[in-house]
Design a protein around this ligand. Structure first.
Ligand code: SAM
Length: 242
């Protein structure tokens, strides 16, 4: 894939074999262009050609419902220590946005096992994995994670689904000693049930957090937070097996 950006910052994720691209700012020839090149459309407008990263794949994903935002993905990785070579179980797959980030972080030595109950969601996610070039690092399963987790001795389990408390005992069984669980839920009642289920399953170091992100506007007249912000997305609960 290649990433074309126009002078307004609008981004286009294009297949490698696209030789000519038509935009409202003119036609851009890509046949001899390489990442890093500054191009001009036939109308004289500037374009940039880059190699896409996980950030671009995430931003451009065709969606199957809501996805976890980057402001929550960061803490999931930071608080569970997911890194190169990690084996991670996640459910549900949804669009595959989180799975793509996790696959990027675990690298070619790691593995992401993702569970999804809806075939249509899994189909979209699988296409997204291929587009992002991480399909080799992800095992995507059409399965209900409340019925059990097949993997054992995994480093981290992440749940983004309506009733994670029904799968938390399976997460405990799947995790290695010292492994972490992370749960994301939009409602406080859900995250409370998840926390209590973690307690019941004997998870330690439990905590619930909320991440608020406020963008700062830098203008000629002064610098200050934007007047509008995303008020709420969800809560994150963490626990550790030991
Ligand atoms: C909010 S979406 C997940 C989004 C995903 N984290 C992402 O970033 O793209 C929740 C998904 O969980 C799936 N799901 C719900 N219950 C499930 C279960 N018991 N086992 C597996 N998947 C489940 C739903 O079908 C839905 O696709």
């Amino acid at each position: 894939m290649k990433l074309l950006i126009d002078k307004r910052g609008k981004k286009y994720l294009l297949r490698e074999d696209v030789e000519e691209f038509h935009t409202s700012l003119g036609v851009v020839k890509l046949s001899d262009a390489k990442p890093g090149d500054k191009l001009r459309s036939h109308l004289g407008h500037e374009f940039y050609l880059l190699e896409p990263t996980v950030v671009d794949y995430y931003d451009k994903l065709p969606r199957a419902g809501s996805i976890i935002l980057k402001k929550e993905i960061g803490p999931i990785i930071a608080y569970t220590g997911i890194g190169s070579g990690s084996r991670v179980v996640e459910a549900g797959t949804g669009t595959g946005a989180l799975a793509i980030y996790l696959a990027h972080i675990v690298g070619s030595e790691g593995k992401v096992y993702t569970y999804e109950i809806r075939e249509d969601h899994l189909e979209i996610a699988r296409k997204n994995f291929a587009k992002a070039g991480v399909e080799d690092r992800i095992e995507a399963k059409l399965a209900d994670v409340r019925q059990g987790i097949e993997e054992r001795e995994v480093d981290v389990v992440v749940f983004d689904m309506p009733d994670p408390w029904l799968a938390i005992p399976h997460a405990y069984e799947a995790l290695r000693h010292g492994g972490f669980i992370a749960v994301y839920n939009p409602y406080i009642e859900q995250i409370r049930k998840a926390y209590l289920a973690m307690q019941e399953a004997n998870f330690k170091d439990k905590r619930v957090i909320e991440i608020l992100e406020r963008e700062i506007e830098v203008k000629k007249v002064g610098t200050r937070p934007k007047t509008r912000m995303l008020g709420h997305t969800g809560y994150l609960a963490f626990g550790r097996k030991y």
